[in-house]
Design a protein around this ligand. Structure first.
Ligand code: TNX
Length: 516
């Protein structure tokens, strides 16, 4: 018998005798504390199987039983299936959720379809799975600023993350090209900053332009729905408001936030805008208000402040900024960038949250409890860990999902170097050369999906999958021997059919889809 073809691959899994047939009498039994998880399992299995699978608290007879067993530990689960039924034990609710995802994968791939399939045999093969994640931050960053991803697509993306046992969605909500979250006290951020006149669709390599307006934003109710849906799936949403660079959309809405105070439009080209926030106290106050609303919407421990790629030219050429720097005893513009981040970071920290920022924030003094997203390779990860900060690794050459998936000439928009499925699978978020104590600072990693050239939900599927399957397994399993060929055959044989059933438009193994 072949071992169960789960993805991410579990720590241990073996086949066991017999099978459990789902039928009209099958129930899902769960204690009250797991009622919501049981209901989600029911709604995951019911449509395709056409079975009612009612949830009960005290089921008797064969069925699916969910239980909590805290001694298993955070996010861990144990699944046992056989003729007597299926038993899923979780160290916590998230462990039970992961066990439910594993159960779904044990069934035929058509279980992922959304309407009844009459001619399938709904049998769970006998198996014993014991499993737990290696890293506790298993994430994806979605850039919804460059191209807005409608709410329903974010909800679907969360479902796909949960299927891969990913647990952190970093939402990049603001950038030069768009502001995507409603802020009640500053309505123009979305009224003006949420829309742009046109988009430059080409890359720097092929800079065709197309006069196509673009925009959209999430209302606060949308955000609450996204956060709640993620929570039901065991996923934390970490918001990011990018300051003091990447802020042209905010400046377009409120010119007084800019250095020159001139009227600018929401940026219509890619790349980094020269327009940065000014360093007035009033601007810090404005963003304190923004972060207050963000912290009220997102219950996450970590709050993203951005901090990446801040051009210094406007600050250099502006007498008022130079005056402010002198007053504050700041030697140069790098010190001003650090000052800005430190002010925002202090506000976030005062609210009891922890600051999350791109590795550029290491250039300044930071409050304790910061986590650093190391994107320029792994150097940021090393520096942060040595300075005692937590680390989330996301090196561009391994886990940037906007980079092309191959050298094939037909890959849509060939951004930067290829990041192949094999590169993604080799991802190890712990850099070499750290002591054990420093290495323990690495919370995990995330893949980053920047969307300059990912302009539709179809393209999100194409760029994210199947590389995200590889990243999810790398983060679930952690370092240690990993067999890419085994992964690839499991992916092709067992997992892509699941994505097919869900309608995920991943990049096929045979080469790029004919997009253009
Ligand atoms: C760098 S990674 C950026 C993004 C771009 C990305 C394109 C980072 C913190 N900043 O603004 O979208 O490259 O690959």
């Amino acid at each position: 018998m072949t071992p169960p073809m789960l993805l991410p691959r579990p720590v241990t899994a073996r086949s066991a005798p017999g099978e459990f047939r789902l039928d009209a009498c099958t129930t899902i039994t769960a204690p009250a504390a797991l009622a919501a998880t049981a209901a989600r399992l029911q709604s995951a299995l019911s449509p395709a199987t056409g079975l009612p699978l009612p949830v009960t608290e005290d089921g008797s007879g064969p069925g699916i039983a969910l239980t909590l067993r805290p001694e298993l530990g955070a996010e861990a689960y144990r699944l046992e299936s056989g003729p007597a039924g299926v038993r899923i034990e979780g160290g916590d609710a998230n462990g039970v959720r992961h066990g439910c995802q594993a159960l779904r994968q044990l069934l035929p791939p058509r279980v992922y379809r959304g309407a009844r399939i009459a001619d399938e045999r709904w049998a769970v093969p006998g198996a014993v799975v014991e499993d737990a994640p290696h890293f506790r931050w298993r994430g994806v960053m979605l850039d919804v600023a460059r191209h807005f991803l409608p709410k329903r697509e974010v909800l679907r993306f969360i479902d796909l993350m949960a299927m891969h046992r990913l647990n952190t969605l970093h939402l990049h909500l603001t950038d030069d090209q768009g502001w995507r979250v409603e802020i009640l006290r500053h309505p123009r951020l979305t009224e003006t900053g949420g829309w742009r006149r046109s988009s430059q669709l080409g890359s720097t390599i092929d800079d065709r332009t197309e006069d196509r307006p673009h925009g959209g934003y999430y209302t606060q109710d949308d955000i609450r729905e996204i956060v709640a849906h993620a929570a039901e799936n065991g996923i934390t949403v970490v918001p990011e408001i990018d300051v003091p660079g990447h802020s042209q959309a905010a400046i377009a809405a409120y010119p007084e936030l800019g250095v020159t105070h001139e009227r600018v439009e929401v940026m219509t080209r890619w790349g980094v805008s020269p327009h940065t926030l000014n360093a007035e106290e009033s601007t810090i106050d404005f963003f304190r208000g923004v972060f207050d609303e963000i912290m009220a919407l997102f219950p996450s421990t970590f709050i993203g402040v951005g901090g990446d790629e801040c051009p210094k030219d406007q600050w250099k050429g502006d007498p008022r900024t130079q005056e402010l720097m002198a007053e504050r005893g700041l030697a140069d513009e790098n010190a001003l960038q650090a000052w800005f981040i430190a002010r925002i970071a202090a506000h976030v920290a005062d609210a009891g949250r922890r600051v999350f920022g791109w590795d550029e924030i290491l250039e300044g003094k930071l409050p304790p409890g910061v986590a650093v997203a190391s994107w320029r390779g792994m150097t940021g990860a090393v520096t942060a860990a040595r300075r005692g900060f937590d680390v989330v690794s996301c090196p561009d050459d391994q886990v940037y999902l906007d980079y092309r998936q191959s050298e094939h000439p037909d890959e849509p928009v060939p951004v930067c170097v290829p990041v192949t499925l094999e590169d993604a699978y080799a991802f190890d978020p712990v850099p070499d050369g750290l002591t054990d104590e420093e290495a323990a600072r690495v919370l995990g990693g995330q893949a980053n999906l920047w969307t300059e050239h990912v302009d539709s939900p179809r393209m999100v599927d194409y760029y994210a999958f199947p590389r995200l399957c590889a990243v999810a397994e790398a983060l679930w399993r952690g370092p240690g021997p990993r067999d890419f060929h085994e992964f690839r055959s499991r992916l092709y044989a067992a997992h892509l059919p699941r994505l097919d059933a869900l309608g995920v438009e991943y990049r096929p193994a045979t080469g790029p889809l004919p997009w253009q």
